[in-house]
Ligand binder design. Structure first.
Ligand code: ZN
Length: 271
């Protein structure tokens, strides 16, 4: 699933490619994709100009000049590609007055587009109860410690992936952060020593930032807004490396189900 670095990459690229562009029309190929009456959706989008694209957790928010926002979730297999060639998984195409277009593809069809008035956006996002954004200045080591204190009995791997606790981290980056911090995914928040908490905190900032600079990871369907794969996957140390040797110690990387999700870790390096 696209996580924070993938959605952030698309956000940044779309701000370069379509910000300020006027939408001529929109083609909806899969009506269930649009969580809004279809006819109204077409009328509302046509003629609007893209003011800005922002991100909250894994949601992309496309702000239009008419006072509405298109809240888009890519879920497991969504793609937003500028000048992309439409295919059988293309459910939505935005056509701009400059002759260019943006396709929204989704193989598994779990994604969606919701229409939210700008003035109701804050209330809409509040209802989602997202945790803090890890790459903001406000997310300090102290703030992280306070978050951990609230959930002492929870295992650290599912905690890092809990969007209501901390926004944007999923399966891949939580595995990599815990490897970097040398902490086992099964450890509870309350069992972590101050030095381990600091390493996890630094790992969150470091790995997410590095992954954005690499345009994310293309483990499954993800491509960026130019239709290109992200290159972070070549840097992963444990994610989906079950049975392969650890780059640091040579032990075999193991996989364990925790809360229905696979955790990948080195049984020797991580304590
Ligand atoms: Zn190791």
């Amino acid at each position: 699933m696209p996580e924070l670095p993938e959605v952030e990459t698309i956000k940044r690229q779309l701000n370069k490619k379509i910000k300020g562009k006027k939408i001529k029309s929109v083609e909806v190929r899969l009506p269930k994709f649009i969580k809004y009456p279809l006819k109204e959706f077409r009328e509302l989008v046509a003629g609007a100009t893209i003011i800005n694209i922002s991100r909250r957790a894994k949601l992309l928010i496309i702000e239009l000049s008419n006072g509405y926002c298109l809240v888009t979730h890519l879920k497991l297999t969504g793609q937003l590609i500028h000048q992309g060639e439409p295919n059988k998984h293309t459910h939505l195409i935005y056509y701009f007055t400059d002759g260019r277009h943006l396709v929204h593809n989704d193989l598994r069809q779990f994604g969606f587009v919701k229409v939210v008035p700008k003035k109701e956006l804050a209330r809409f996002l509040a209802k989602e109860k997202f945790g803090p954004e890890p790459l903001t200045k406000e997310f300090t080591l102290k703030a992280f410690e306070e978050l951990l204190n609230k959930r002492k009995g929870t295992k650290i791997k599912p905690l890092l992936m809990d969007q209501t606790w901390l926004a944007g981290i999923g399966n891949l980056y939580s595995d990599e952060i815990l490897f970097l911090a040398k902490v086992l995914p099964t450890r509870t928040a309350g069992s972590l020593k101050p030095a381990e908490i600091k390493k996890i905190y630094q790992g969150i900032k470091k790995i997410l930032t590095l992954a954005i600079s690499r345009h994310g990871s293309s483990a499954d369907q993800y491509v960026d807004a130019a239709g290109k794969k992200g290159s972070y996957l070549s840097l992963v140390k444990v994610y989906r490396r079950e049975g392969k040797p650890c780059y640091l110690c040579g032990a075999k990387i193991e996989r364990l189900k925790i809360g229905g999700r696979s955790a990948h870790f080195c049984p020797k390096c991580q304590k």
